[in-house]
Design a protein around this ligand. Structure first.
Ligand code: OAD
Length: 230
């Protein structure tokens, strides 16, 4: 059997927009309604834990009602033809629910909680709330398993490894505003074609050739398939 080429996807909030999950920086995005530093930073957590817990409880409830869109499903289908690795900035589980099998969450996962004292204690909570007073087995408050602004990105080394071995690289639905995730494309070999699926213009660093597919995620993944001769 022929070896499958390694196709690496970097996805962001726009990937899930057609599933009804709001992006962050578009008009109507979450950071218009909320102050990012209040709800998604380590200093925000230290200042007002109740507010942060409420914010993520609401995100988790919305996720429970959301379903994967044709874009998520199209990427899962690509596994028939390619060795697909998804690096996602999204904290939802829609890639998993669409059937993709190799997914690295750079910014954490909504359906997990972790100890605020010992980061190795991570718990599956499904779509349940985390409430003030919910504690880990060592007695410290549970927090969302999310990488906040001001915190390191533990999965970054693995992401760099995956990106550097890409033979096709696809960026979908991210404004590439947030580092270190936005810098991943710099680790992709210069001979590799980079596809960019986004309805808006996105600046890709490193001055490399980018094949732009100016579409939303569902239509964009369909166009990608034709460009890959599928
Ligand atoms: P942004 O909200 O910054 O960017 C969303 C991108 O999706 C934009 O480029 C939009 O044009 C595009 N978009 C909108 N609708 C789309 C659609 N239907 N199909 C495809 N693309 C669409 O979101 P991210 O780049 O993911 O981190 O944001 C990165 C990080 O910033 C997030 O992981 C989050 C946030 O703060 C944390 O909270 C830690």
């Amino acid at each position: 059997m022929e070896r499958k080429k390694r196709l690496v996807v970097l996805s962001g909030a726009g990937m899930s927009a057609e599933s009804g999950i709001r992006t962050f920086r578009d008009s109507g995005g979450l950071w218009e309604e909320y102050d990012v530093m209040e709800v998604a930073s380590i200093t925000g957590w230290q200042k007002n834990r109740d507010l942060v817990l409420r914010f993520y409880n609401e995100r988790r409830r919305q996720l429970e009602k959301a379903v994967p869109n044709e874009g998520h499903k199209g990427l899962a289908d690509l596994e028939k033809y390619f060795d697909v690795h998804i690096i996602t900035q999204n904290v939802d589980n829609l890639h998993e629910r669409a059937g993709s099998t190799k997914i690295l969450h750079l910014h954490g996962e909504l359906t997990k909680a972790r100890s605020s004292a010992d980061p190795s204690l991570v718990y599956d909570i499904g779509y349940r709330d985390i409430n003030p007073g919910d504690r880990c087995e060592k007695g410290s408050q549970l927090r969302p398993h999310i990488v906040w602004f001001g915190e390191p990105v533990p999965a970054m080394d693995e992401a760099v490894q995956i990106a550097s071995q890409a033979e096709i690289f696809v960026i979908i639905g991210t404004s590439l505003n947030v580092y270190p995730a936005a810098g991943l494309v710099n680790y992709v070999s210069s001979e590799v074609t980079v596809f960019l699926i986004d309805p808006s213009e996105v600046y890709v660093p490193a001055g490399r050739r980018v094949e732009v597919i100016k579409e939303g995620a569902s239509a964009g993944v369909a166009v990608l398939k034709t460009k890959l001769n599928l």
